[in-house]
Design a protein around this ligand. Structure first.
Ligand code: SIN
Length: 484
C-alpha cells in the first residue's frame, strides 16, 4: 500500500469551488465524494446552483477582454508555468485521483503526465496561431486572423478527471478563451487541485472558474447563457444530445466527445501474443471505464479460440484491488450501477450461448469490484450499441473481411476502433473503411496530446488534441484590404 501518494493527495484536497479567483463554499448543501474502493466519504464539495453559475459566467465574461488581448506568448508562458507546477505536484495529484476515481496509482501517475502533455503541447500551439494572406479576384488582399471565440463552458467526466480537463483548457487558454468548468460530481477534487495550481501559476482572476453541484442545473444555466460562446462536453451520448439541443437557441459552438463501442479486429496473420497484450492494455485502462476501450473483439475463426484462451490466461493474472495496493491492475468501478451493468452484460452473453473463459462474477473483495472477465461466442449485437464500461472482454469469431467490417460498422457509435494484422495493405484498406474517428493498428493505445481525438456518428463531433484541437476555440476574422 502506497501511503505517501495517498497522503500527498489528501494535502491537495480542497472542498470548495472557484469563482473569480476566489474559493467559494456557497450557502446551500454539499455533495459527498466517496472512495469507490471502500464507499467511504473522502470529502464534500459545495452544491452550487443557478446563482453561483451565473456569477462564474459573469467573471469569465469580465476577464475575457484582458486575457484574449494578451500576446499569445504570454498565454503560452502561463501554460508552461502551470505545467511546471503540475509536474512538481504530480505524486499528490495522482494520489488524489486514485483516491476519488479508484484507478490504480500507476495509471493515475500516467494520467497526470498525459494531462500535462496537453498543456505543454498547447503552449506551443498558442505561438503558432497562424493567419493567411490571399489575393482576391476582386483585386483586394485578404488577411485572416484567428480570434478567441469567447467564454467557454467545459463539462468533464469522472473517468479521466485530469486529462479531460487539460485537453479542453490547454487549447482554450492558448486561444485566449476564458472558462467555466463543471467537473463530474464523482471526481471533483483533482479538477479543483488543478484549478488551484493554475492560480498559483499566475492565472488572472476570472479566467478560470469551477462550479460544483447538480449537473443538470449547472449545465442548464451554462447552455442557456448568451455569454458562453462554446461548450465542450465529454460524457455520454444521451447527455450530449440534451446539451447540444440546449445550446441551439444561442447558437454556441459545440464539441462533443461521447460514447463508443469500439470494435477490435484480429486477423489470422496477426502476431497473436501482441494482439493479446495490446487488447489488455486498451481494455483494462481505468478498469474498462474508457470511451475508447475495445468493447467487442472479432477474431478470424482459424485463430479465434487460441486468441481467446491466451487472452483469458493473461486476464486471469490481473490483480484486482485498491488503487494504492502494490501490483494492482484493475480497480473498483466508479458506481454500483457500473457493476450491475457488467453483470447484466455477462448474463446476456451466457443467455446467448457464450462461454465464460475467466471471471464472470463480482470479485471476492465485494463492493464495486468485478473479476476481469473474458467470454467467447454468443451474440455481439448488444456490444455494437452499448458500452460495457467495465472489465469484460467479449470475443466473437468471424470468417470474412466484409463480414467483420459490416459488423464493426453496424453501430450508431463510431469513436475508436482497433485492427491487428501484419498485412499493410489490409491495415490501410480496413482502417479507412471502419466508421470511427480513430483506428489503432497493431496497438491498443493511441491517446496522446499530439493525435486528433474524436468520433463520428453518435460518438460526437469536433477533435481534441493535436494541431486541430485549438480550432474549435477560435473564430476566423477576415480583413479585406483594397489597395490604392
Ligand atoms: C475517454 O475515455 O473519454 C478518453 C480516453 C482517452 O483520452 O484516451
Amino acid at each position: 500500500m502506497s501511503h505517501s501518494a495517498r497522503d500527498a493527495g489528501l494535502k491537495l484536497l480542497r472542498e470548495h469551488a472557484f469563482i473569480d479567483g476566489k474559493a467559494v463554499k456557497g450557502s446551500g448543501g454539499t455533495i459527498a465524494v466517496d472512495d469507490p474502493a471502500t464507499g467511504e466519504t473522502i470529502g464534500t464539495v459545495p452544491d452550487l446552483g443557478k446563482t453561483e453559475t451565473e456569477q462564474a459566467i459573469a467573471a469569465a465574461d469580465r476577464a475575457f477582454a484582458d486575457w484574449s488581448g494578451r500576446r499569445p506568448d504570454e498565454r503560452a508562458a502561463f501554460l508552461r508555468e502551470w505545467a511546471r507546477l503540475i509536474d512538481d505536484h504530480a505524486e499528490g495529484l495522482a494520489g488524489l485521483m486514485a483516491l476519488e476515481n479508484g484507478k490504480p496509482l500507476d495509471e493515475a501517475r500516467g494520467e497526470v503526465a498525459y494531462a500535462n502533455g496537453f498543456l505543454k503541447w498547447f503552449a506551443g500551439e498558442a505561438e503558432r496561431m497562424l493567419g493567411e494572406t490571399q489575393d482576391s479576384p476582386l483585386g483586394h488582399v485578404i488577411l485572416t486572423f484567428r480570434k478567441a471565440v469567447g467564454p467557454c463552458a467545459l463539462i468533464t467526466p469522472w473517468n479521466f478527471p485530469a486529462a479531460m480537463l487539460t485537453r479542453k483548457l490547454g487549447p482554450a487558454f492558448a486561444a485566449g478563451c476564458t472558462a467555466v468548468v463543471k467537473p463530474a460530481s464523482q471526481t471533483p477534487f483533482t479538477a479543483i487541485a488543478l484549478v488551484e495550481l493554475a492560480h498559483q501559476a499566475g492565472l488572472p482572476k476570472g479566467v478560470l472558474n469551477l462550479v460544483t453541484g447538480d449537473a443538470a442545473t449547472i449545465g442548464g444555466v451554462l447552455t442557456a447563457s448568451p455569454v458562453i460562446r462554446k461548450l465542450s462536453f465529454t460524457g455520454s451520448t444521451p447527455v450530449g444530445r440534451i446539451l447540444a439541443e440546449q445550446c441551439a437557441p444561442t447558437l454556441k459552438r459545440v464539441s462533443m466527445e461521447l460514447g463508443g463501442a469500439a470494435p477490435l479486429i484480429v486477423f489470422a496473420d496477426a502476431d497473436i501474443d501482441q494482439a493479446v497484450a495490446e487488447t489488455i492494455k486498451g481494455k483494462f485502462r481505468n478498469s474498462g471505464q474508457t470511451c475508447v476501450c475495445p468493447n467487442r473483439i472479432y477474431v478470424e475463426r482459424s485463430v479465434a479460440r487460441d486468441y481467446a484462451d491466451r487472452l483469458a490466461a493473461e486476464v486471469s493474472k490481473l490483480k484486482v484491488g485498491n488503487a494504492f495496493d502494490d501490483g494492482v491492475k484493475v480497480g473498483p468501478l466508479i458506481e454500483d450501477k457500473g457493476i450491475d451493468k457488467v453483470e447484466d452484460h455477462v448474463a446476456k452473453v451466457k443467455a446467448a450461448g457464450g462461454e465464460i473463459l475467466t471471471g464472470g462474477e463480482r470479485h471476492d473483495l465485494g463492493g464495486r469490484f468485478f473479476t476481469p472477465t473474458v467470454t467467447f461466442g454468443g451474440d455481439d449485437a448488444l456490444f455494437r450499441e452499448e458500452e460495457t464500461f467495465g472489465p469484460l472482454v467479449p470475443v466473437f469469431a468471424f470468417d470474412t473481411e466484409d463480414e467483420v467490417v459490416g459488423k464493426a460498422n453496424d453501430s450508431d457509435l463510431g469513436l475508436a476502433s482497433y485492427l491487428f494484422t501484419r498485412d499493410l495493405d489490409r491495415a490501410i484498406r480496413i482502417g479507412r473503411r471502419i466508421e470511427a474517428g480513430m483506428c489503432g493498428i497493431n496497438t491498443g493505445l493511441m491517446s496522446t496530446p499530439v493525435a486528433p481525438f474524436g468520433g463520428v456518428k453518435q460518438s460526437g463531433y469536433g477533435r481534441e488534441g493535436s494541431t486541430h484541437g485549438i480550432d474549435d476555440y477560435l473564430d476566423i476574422k477576415t480583413l479585406t484590404l483594397k489597395l490604392g
